[in-house]
Ligand binder design. Structure first.
Ligand SMILES: [Zn+2]
Length: 273
């Protein structure tokens, strides 16, 4: 049975033909690409916006070139170490790069999960759904996750907004939350190229209310961004993009090759509920 719930009334959703329907007859059509829109307009915050088509396409092109594959591989290994069957939710799954990688990894290890991905961007979810039909994708906000209480054995959140209350609600007691955050030196050389006075990332304290940190892994490597396009794609994927003045953005356009540091931390927490 699906773990999805009706975003209107909270009852379980069941598949009926090409729709999900709850027992109060709220009905949500499954798109041709396979995802279902469970995002209610009042769940979209004023400042929250899904990525547009160009951004999603640029991100997919960038990720497919493998620049983040060391992170992806370590993520899969950490998921593997902490997963003992059941349901995984990728909250803020984007175009499904990591979601499908996790699924493949476990599938090949003969430990195929029941997998769900949500994202607020319809375009991203649509692209994700086309990758792998076995994964159930829906558009939804991470602040209103449309799955039942205590229905997920694991939740994964990568560079997405964090809502601890929702993660605690959807995870089983003792369930695992895996998170990726940028570490101190992430994109240091790129920042040096843009800003007069670049700053290192401040890594927040690891403590999360209601969770116990179980595992921590830092992934640091240097990579050469091989085209102007790739440099721009990576820059638009970062939160700095929105905070950078136009003249500083122009500086980056002069580069057609840039070697920069990738620096991440992967954290695994156990739900202490
Ligand atoms: Zn309903």
């Amino acid at each position: 049975m699906s773990i999805l719930i009706c975003p209107v009334c909270g009852n379980y959703l069941n598949i009926s033909g090409n729709s999900y329907i709850c027992r109060k007859n709220h009905c949500f059509d499954i798109a041709k690409s396979g995802y279902v829109n469970l995002l209610l307009s009042n769940h979209i915050g004023k400042t929250v916006h899904g990525d547009n088509k160009l951004m999603v396409q640029a991100r997919r092109a960038f990720l497919e070139k493998g620049y983040y594959s060391p992170l992806r591989d370590e993520l899969c290994a950490m998921v593997g170490r902490n997963f003992s069957g059941g349901v995984i939710l990728d909250a803020g799954c984007g175009e499904g790069y990591y979601t499908s990688a996790i699924y493949e990894y476990l599938h090949q290890a003969d430990d195929t999960p029941e997998m769900y991905g949500i994202d607020i961007s319809k375009i991203a979810v649509e692209m994700a759904a086309k990758r792998r039909r076995e994964i159930v994708y829906s558009t939804a906000s991470v602040f209103h996750i449309p799955v039942h209480d205590s229905s997920c054995d694991m939740a994964v959140t990568l560079f997405a907004p964090y809502c601890g209350e929702e993660f605690r609600r959807v995870l089983v007691p003792g369930g695992t939350l895996i998170m990726a955050i940028p570490s101190e030196n992430h994109l240091w050389e790129m920042k040096q190229a843009i800003y007069d006075i670049p700053y290192k990332n401040q890594v927040k304290p690891y403590d999360l209310e209601g969770f116990r940190l179980a595992e921590k892994k830092r992934i640091t490597y240097k990579t050469a961004l091989l085209s102007r396009e790739d440099i721009q794609s990576l820059f638009t994927m970062t939160p700095y993009y929105y905070r950078t003045a136009a003249d500083q953005k122009e500086r980056l356009k002069q580069f057609d090759l840039l070697e920069t540091t990738m620096d991440f931390e992967l954290l695994a927490y156990k739900n202490s509920k």
